[in-house]
Design a protein around this ligand. Sequence first.
Ligand code: ZN
Length: 277
Amino acid sequence: MNIKAHTDLSRLCVHTITTKPWDIATAARHYAAAGIKGITVWRDALEGRDIRQTGNMLREEGLSIVSLCRGGFFPAKEKAKRKLAIDDNRKAIEEAVALGAPLIVLVCGADPGQSLEDSRQQIRDGIAAVLDDASAAGVKLAIEPLHPMYADTRSAINTLAQANDMAEALRSPLVGVAVDVYHLWWDPALEQEIARCGENSHLFAFHICDWKSPTTDMLLDRGLMGEGCIPIRKIRSWVEATGFSGFNEVEIFSIKYWQEDQSAFLEKIVTAYREHA
Ligand code: ZN
């Protein structure tokens, strides 16, 4: 295969979960030293820290804070649990403000004890319930459709068409979608649905990694770009055709890579990004 490497790292972002063994200060220092310009912060990385100071520390390292991961998990059969989820999303909005993150990614949730339709309605109601808070805070919300293998407990929104439908139904400039190649690469409607995001100006985030074949763990065996079967550059070209000029965010959950030396892993990420993304 003739793959042309590119040298521009100005739109490379890494999710803190990708280098999970590092605390956020260590991650920030290494990302900046590697020439990475963006960071998406997972909430577990903020536990026990002063969030405002952490945001300042990241900016001092020269990193743009791309988003906070993650809100969502709205559906539950029991009303009390749905209320807890809404409270937690309000808390996530406060954390995003303190951190200085302009966007929260929503892993929307699902409850296997009820229908997907019911879960979807509760997702819509949940987002609607926190919209005023998001609006007051100036924080955007991105609905991230997840691969259908996660439809039981992680997300009842599994295609970009469903995410687009919901974003359009909520009619707010603060609500958009996150396109993650891992979840969506298989969808025959992907190109047209990405174009639809562009028409509505609600493509808020773009996540990359690769689908290993075989995949040995449904959650924790994501591959480096180029290691699997996702046509990442093709999908990126569809994303950029919409006018999207945000970051390409590397989000890899991998037991294998978390066991490796994280500095060496970060070098692999940069090389894989240059060659395959
Ligand atoms: Zn993602």
